[in-house]
Design a protein around this ligand. Sequence first.
Ligand code: NAP
Length: 289
Amino acid sequence: MKDKLRIGWIGLGNMGVPMVKNLIKAGFEVGVYNRNEEKAKVLQGQTDVRIAHSPADLAANADVIITMLSNDDAVKEVFRGESGILTASNLAKLIAIDMSTVSPETTLSLAAACLEKGIAYLDAPVSGSVKPAETGELFIMVGGKEEIYQRVKSIFDTLGKASVYLGENGKGNVAKLAINLFLGITTVGLAEAVVFAAKNGLSSAELLPLINASVVGSGMTKMKSENIVNQDFRAAFALKLLAKDIGLATANGMDTPVGTALSSTLEAAVEEGLGDDDMIAVLKYLSKK
Ligand code: NAP
């Protein structure tokens, strides 16, 4: 079945590129569109992937269109913009899957606009960063019609170690924002522990193995330990994207004490110019305080 689905992929960022590579490796026919077309060249040479010049062009030649984009505005732009997906004709059988982290409101408004054109819409954000994207071990949370989820499940099975169907549109987004609220709290908590220990004469190289061996050690603390010790802050998940997600949680009613402090800490770190670094670069901001 999977070889019969033609996939149009929009968004070749840190996550999009490894995800597309996995779909190609699994035998799907894949076309791509990226706003900055230069970036699509990373896929040339190793495959005969088709590079489209607009979202509409891509959608017109696909059974399933998948978006993996920075934020709400980017997703709205590729659907509603000039040459956006919704401007294409004959899309009645198209299935649109948005895997970006966006608000439930954006999903609901785009799902309604798609429905008017006969396009089915799933919100399917992912948990897991670049490494799980490379190894096909993302965790995928899906909202929309269950029948549509079943129809494209082979795609989720390729990209992830698991996908879970949660119910109506928007539920995938809510699940993702809740997980990232917890991720943000854990990230800043880890950074604060490292800063505290350093101020008292215990280096990160000494502290992190202890954290990882203790009850608070987690996949996240283990994943970031080497980066912290080596002061390697290249983005796997950019700090500005985490700040964006906490902003979305705030817009959806998050006003708890730790969450609110997290939000202002991340915003301050972005203002300090750390937005394009990895989320754990919040450590640099906290070290200076
Ligand atoms: P990224 O590397 O910053 O890539 C963003 C992509 O969005 C690029 O292809 C960019 O195109 C495109 N884009 C931005 N604004 C656009 C616009 N107005 N119109 C068209 N395209 C636009 O981001 P990423 O790390 O791949 O993350 C993608 C999504 O996954 C985000 O929602 C993020 O929150 C979520 N996510 C990320 C991670 C992670 O670890 N990185 C993990 C889970 C979920 P250009 O190349 O032209 O700029």
